[in-house]
Design a protein around this ligand. Structure first.
Ligand SMILES: Cc1cc2nc3c(=O)[nH]c(=O)nc-3n(C[C@H](O)[C@H](O)[C@H](O)COP(=O)(O)O)c2cc1C
Length: 346
């Protein structure tokens, strides 16, 4: 297999830079503004280069600017570019929404052609367009033409197979998008491991656009492995960021040959407490915040909270946040008066 040199150069495009070329993946129900800010502002400078909102569904009417503002939330202090991600198939409504995004703090517009959700797929949006490369390209072109902001695209590698990957990428490039994130799984592969990174090498060979590789980046060394195996220009980390919010700092330390931060149980407890406070401060109800907290603890029980796995089922039944931390045995580690105003969420 071809081996590429491990290139971690920043990505510079007209009007948009990713420095470093490591992005937080959009994840509906996870990467809301509170989570994004915690990651973007809590990570070391130079650890993470960009992010975007969870997908915003656009049907026949363009989204109102307030909807875009709400999805973006309060601007992270870190100045890392944050885009809005749109998903739909109506060229006019999508193009007009992209135009409105320029009236917000969005740094770019990302288009979602990866969503496998049945309701979205049945309506011909998200990953459904991967089977209709000409329609997909026409849609991208309409949006690029209307959008004052740079337009990026995120795709899965196909619906049932990856035969159209090169055709889809050629259409996206001709339509004027400036970068493509390729999730190395098909729609029918859901989140199956391992993601097939050889598709990323094909994507790199098929287009002059920078390709961001996504799928199955779990540990800092995986970025290097993906880079060497595929030649991608950048990396997007999804679920591993919830499982281990320190992964961006660890990846930076790995690249700089430094020892990596090794969060202990108390670090996880503090992170979870800050997450809960950040959500409540941004208007989530205690119930919503507790739901997200449980979700985060479930993800983290696969890694940093593994030793608490036995207590998790009971904690999942807790009705309030303090009870939740007590049940997990993390209460002592939660600083009193935990809130958003602290310096580092890590
Ligand atoms: C719960 C969840 C929600 C997701 N929501 C979105 C989304 O809103 N937009 C999008 O482009 N991808 C979404 N994805 C896909 C991720 O961005 C990413 O492509 C996928 O998780 C693979 O990366 P990973 O293996 O690093 O997790 C979602 C994934 C998950 C698990």
């Amino acid at each position: 297999m071809t081996s590429f040199s491990f290139d971690f150069s920043d990505i510079h495009l007209p009007g948009l830079s990713f420095r470093p070329p490591v992005l937080l993946a959009p994840m509906e129900g996870i990467t809301d503004p509170s989570f994004r800010r915690l990651i973007l502002d809590g990570s070391e400078s130079g650890a993470i280069g960009g992010a975007c909102t969870e997908f915003l569904r656009v049907t026949q009417q363009p989204l109102k600017t307030e909807v875009l503002h709400r999805a973006l939330g309060r601007r992270p202090q870190s100045q890392v570019p944050v885009g809005v991600q749109l998903m739909g198939n109506d060229p006019w409504a999508m193009a007009e929404t992209a135009r409105r995004a320029a009236d917000t703090e969005a740094a770019f517009v990302d288009l979602n052609f990866g969503c496998p959700a049945p309701r979205v797929f049945q309506h011909g949006a998200g990953s459904a367009l991967l089977d209709r490369p000409s329609d997909l390209a026409r849609l991208v072109e309409a949006i690029v033409t209307a959008s004052p902001l740079p337009v990026t695209v995120k795709i899965r590698s196909g619906v049932n197979d990856d035969r159209l990957l090169e055709t889809v990428l050629a259409g996206i490039e001709a339509a004027g998008a400036c970068l493509v994130t390729v999730h190395a799984r098909l729609k029918i592969e859901s989140y199956q491991m391992p993601a097939k990174w050889r598709r990323l090498a094909r994507a790199v060979a098929a287009t002059n656009l920078p390709i961001i590789g996504n799928g199955g980046l779990e540990r800092p060394e995986d970025l290097e492995a993906m880079g060497r195996a595929t030649g991608v220009a950048g990396f997007m980390i999804g679920r591993a960021a919830l499982r281990n919010p320190w992964i961006f700092d660890q990846s930076l330390a790995y690249r700089q040959n430094r020892s990596q931060p090794q969060p202990d149980l108390a670090d996880h407890a503090r992170w979870l407490a800050r997450y809960a406070s950040a959500m409540e401060n941004s208007g989530a109800s205690p119930r919503q915040a507790l739901g997200r907290l449980k979700q985060a603890a479930r993800y983290q029980s696969a890694q940093g909270l593994a030793e608490l796995a036995d207590r998790l089922p009971t904690a999942m039944r807790c009705q309030d946040r303090d009870d939740f931390f007590r049940t997990l045995g993390l209460w002592e580690a939660v600083p009193s008066g935990e809130g958003e105003g602290r310096d580092s969420p890590h």
